[in-house]
Design a protein around this ligand. Structure first.
Ligand SMILES: [Zn+2]
Length: 409
């Protein structure tokens, strides 16, 4: 009898241990996600890796212009109509009670046919993760999150996890330091502590980007130390939980621009901003290409040049946008190029026309068929003073560029 009890006990123990192992494995990788294929319901749209203020479905584009307005806007491709994404008929879309209201921090994520973003509860002040149906009718707070603010926050949802990239500053012994971290926590699990999967401290504000490609995260950051400005390319394996530095080197630039993955290569685009133009020989723009198969970093030499008020963004097909402003002639030039350096399309926009002066701009991303740009302007005539809009430039040069939506204040 004793022996039997012991056997039952040991069987129980084995079950508990097996159960624990299974749970741990399940937490690392859900069987649904054991694939290198792109899963549109669960995978990030890496083409919008700036800070993801835009997402796209077959039918619609969703966008926020955080500097202008905190509300999510939609553009319907078939009807070519746009508006604030709020399905409450009585709503005036003026405050935090609106379904389309966001903090404007962290961006928008498309996941399981809903739009997700972080926000603050107006009553409790608690930070949470929110989801909104694609018709704007149903808004739900999914879970409370730990987020105490920071700079350049980039939120992503990918294969059952919420990722937050964020920079927090602190002062110790009279000098400031900036800590960049990427954390992740399981969706729908309030109690789970965020797991830090990357952390780095710098004496100046770091620049960073990260993308999630199947079961890998790729991160690019620029940090400063006594030796100078450095870049690091980092990989985190979502299956095994192992992280590794793929490349470390000196940075020739001041901004982290586009980042994307195309056929086992990771592209990183560094750019220089206006203040650096006094020393263009030191700081320049360039495209770096890391080959994951041969584990080598290559600098594409034809792209090294000084660059004003501009931005590179790499698309998922190896076509990138080069946005550049010329002070001399007041022209904003948009170029779509392939990685061989061939220009597929060029557009020139005068920064001042009869009705507007454009004062800031950027590229939200390059998709399979177009590049999407935001531009902010001051109106020279009319009642509204400022505005912003979304400009679509098709990759096919014979197709017209088109304003998809405008916000006027
Ligand atoms: Zn509303």
């Amino acid at each position: 009898m004793k022996r039997r009890i012991r056997r039952i006990l040991s069987l129980c123990l084995a079950c508990i241990l097996l159960g624990a192992c299974a749970a741990e494995e399940g937490e690392v990788l859900d069987p649904r996600f054991d694939t290198e294929e792109y899963l549109p319901q669960y995978d990030m749209q890496n083409e919008f890796s700036t800070w993801n203020p835009l997402c796209e479905t077959e039918e619609q584009i969703f966008v926020v212009f955080p500097a202008m307005s905190p509300f999510i806007r939609y553009y319907d491709k078939e009807t070519q109509t746009s508006g604030i994404l709020c399905g409450r008929p009585e709503c005036m879309h003026q405050d935090a009670s609106c379904n389309a209201y966001t903090m404007g921090t962290g961006g928008l994520c498309l996941y399981e046919d809903r739009l997700w973003f972080i926000g603050q509860d107006t009553q409790s002040g608690e930070m949470g993760l929110y989801a909104l149906s694609l018709d704007g009718t149903e808004r739900e707070k999914v879970q409370a999150i730990e987020y105490a603010g920071g700079a350049n926050t980039i939120v992503r949802l990918h294969r059952d996890f919420l990722y937050i990239g964020n920079i927090v500053s602190s002062v110790a012994e009279g000098s400031a330091s900036y800590t960049l971290s990427i954390s992740r926590q399981k969706l729908g699990q309030e109690a789970s502590e965020p797991q830090i999967i990357y952390e780095k401290t710098s004496s100046m504000t770091p620049n960073f980007r990260y993308i999630l490609e199947a079961n890998r995260m790729f991160l690019y950051c620029q940090t400063d130390s006594e030796e100078g400005r450095n870049i690091e390319l980092y990989q985190y394996d979502l299956k095994t939980g192992e992280g590794s530095v793929l490349y470390e080197g000196a940075s020739a630039s001041f901004w982290a621009y586009g980042m994307n993955y195309v056929e086992e290569k990771v592209y990183v685009l560094e750019g220089t901003d206006a203040d650096m133009t006094t020393t263009p020989e030191v700081y320049s723009s360039r495209i770096l290409r890391y080959d994951l198969t041969t584990q080598t970093m290559e600098i594409l030499p034809e792209q090294g040049h000084s660059f004003l008020y501009g931005q590179f963004e790499m698309g998922t097909q190896g076509i990138y946008s080069r946005l550049e402003y010329s002070n001399e002639n007041g022209i904003l030039s948009l170029q779509l190029q392939d990685i061989a350096g061939d220009i597929l399309r060029e557009e020139e926009i005068p920064v001042t026309n009869d009705t507007r002066t454009y004062r800031s701009w950027g590229c939200y991303g390059v998709t399979e068929d177009c590049a999407l740009y935001w531009l902010e302007w001051d109106n020279l005539t009319g009642t509204s003073r400022m505005g912003a809009g979304l400009l679509r430039v098709p990759l096919q040069p014979e197709e017209e560029a088109q304003w998809l939506l405008e916000v006027n204040l």
